[in-house]
Design a protein around this ligand. Structure first.
Ligand SMILES: [Zn+2]
Length: 427
């Protein structure tokens, strides 16, 4: 069993929306109270009040409806969040990481979580608990929750990118396969992570997969161009630091938040599509182990603002995390391995090959040729994780499956490689 979270949008009336924001604001008040309380204690040289149980006692002593419509379960979830954040920071500081900070900053809105048994989920309708004298609070979700109702463990109300969302966390069983079709742990594939080819995967018998993320990069370029254009257009109207913004400026800020949120959702969706196609292909090939080349060692190097942005937009950590989550659910193990040298070695004769200018790599010793990223993936498949593990000889990719992520993105309908119909100018 593993825990998975899905984000679901809401269909709300204005009154419901106000009530939701009221709950988030009340949660922010709970957070601020805890910060305030600890500030006083610090002044008096008392020990900080951070244990969850102690905070709950303090909340109970404050009496019902101290925090407007927020019920005690929802308020306690904020205390839990504070306590967890505090102890996580304490642990990191104890381990010598002085950059770890204790929670100190107030926030206007804070997510509220309710656990199993305190809410009612009935198809698309969700009832959140309300404070003692409050009316029952029913909300409408904009789609069915992707998990069976009895597996749902908690729901979280939050605001992101100017919109309200419900995050539903459920306990999900790892997929079970009919006999003879399950992924086998000793069938291993190497995964090379890239920007254009988000995942290049080389399997054990010459089967290979290339997942193109060209659409994601195009979305990022367009978004950057739009953002720059918008900034230039409004730069004159921007209030000076310390000056109050106009209503027009507030509207602009709101619009920006919505556009940013949409951009992030588009990218996230495409990243999930890319990872899903890798896992689906691996299940088809009965691959039980994925060795992923981890490029994060080289990414820390400073390499100019353009390249830095490219690397940040790439979000390697997230690509790995999403792949790991989906693979785990499908019963496939994911190992991180060192990827140094994998893109400059020939998988057939193990000789060093100079980096090719294009996508095709040709070995100067044995004349083997192939897609650069797939040859790298074949090399990655030969590497064992740091603790030791399955080692297998490199298999150069022979049969390549192509998949494209982000086909839902605007302007991504046609691949650059698709033939262009030129009826308007005859040759
Ligand atoms: Zn070679």
């Amino acid at each position: 069993m593993v825990y998975r979270t899905a984000r679901v949008g809401l269909r709300l009336t204005n009154a419901q929306r106000n009530r939701c924001f009221g709950l988030l604001r009340s949660a922010g008040d709970v957070w601020a109270c805890v910060l305030e309380l600890n500030a006083w204690r610090r002044q008096r040289h008392d020990t900080p009040l951070v244990a969850y149980q102690a905070l709950c006692r303090e909340l109970a002593a404050s009496g019902p409806e101290t925090f407007a419509g927020l019920d005690s379960v929802g308020a306690r979830s904020v205390l839990r969040r504070f306590s967890d954040a505090w102890f996580a920071a304490a642990k990191r500081r104890k381990a010598g990481d002085l950059a770890a900070r204790f929670p100190r900053r107030r926030r206007a809105l804070l997510p509220v979580r309710w656990y199993h048994g305190t809410f009612v989920l009935n198809g698309r309708r969700l009832r959140l608990p309300s404070a003692a004298r409050g009316a029952p609070f029913w909300l409408r979700l904009d789609r069915e929750v992707p998990y069976p109702a009895e597996q749902v463990r908690s729901v979280t109300l939050l605001a992101d990118g100017g919109r309200l969302w419900i995050e539903v966390t459920a306990e999900v069983a790892i997929v079970s396969y009919p006999a003879g079709t399950a992924p086998e742990p000793d069938r291993k594939a190497g995964v090379d992570l890239g920007i254009i080819h988000r995942y290049a995967v080389a399997g054990p018998d010459g089967q290979a997969l290339l997942v193109s993320a060209r659409a994601i990069r195009a979305e990022q370029h367009l978004h950057l161009a739009d953002t720059k254009g918008r900034r230039r257009a409004v730069a004159r109207r921007a209030p000076k630091p310390g000056r109050r913004g106009s209503r027009r400026w507030r509207k602009y800020r709101r619009r920006t938040r919505l556009v940013e949120g949409r951009h992030r959702r588009r990218i996230r969706q495409a990243q999930h599509e890319a990872a899903r196609s890798v896992v689906a292909w691996a299940v088809e090939q009965r691959i039980g182990t994925l060795a992923v080349g981890d490029p994060r060692g080289v990414l820390a190097l400073k390499s100019g603002r353009r390249h830095n942005l490219r690397v940040r937009n790439w979000q390697v950590g997230r690509s790995i995390a999403i792949l790991r989550d989906k693979a785990e659910l499908a019963g496939i193990a994911v190992h991180l391995v060192d990827e140094r040298g994998t893109s400059s070695t020939c998988p057939v004769c193990r000789n060093r090959v100079p980096k090719p200018p294009g996508r095709t790599m040709a070995c100067t010793s044995c004349n083997a040729t192939g897609h650069r990223d797939l040859l790298a993936a074949a090399n990655i498949a030969t590497r064992a994780p740091a603790g030791g593990g399955l080692v297998q000889p490199a298999v150069p990719p022979a049969v390549i499956t192509h998949r494209r992520a982000g086909r839902h993105l605007p302007g991504a309908g046609r691949s650059r490689r698709d033939p262009v119909a030129r009826t308007d100018h005859p040759v």
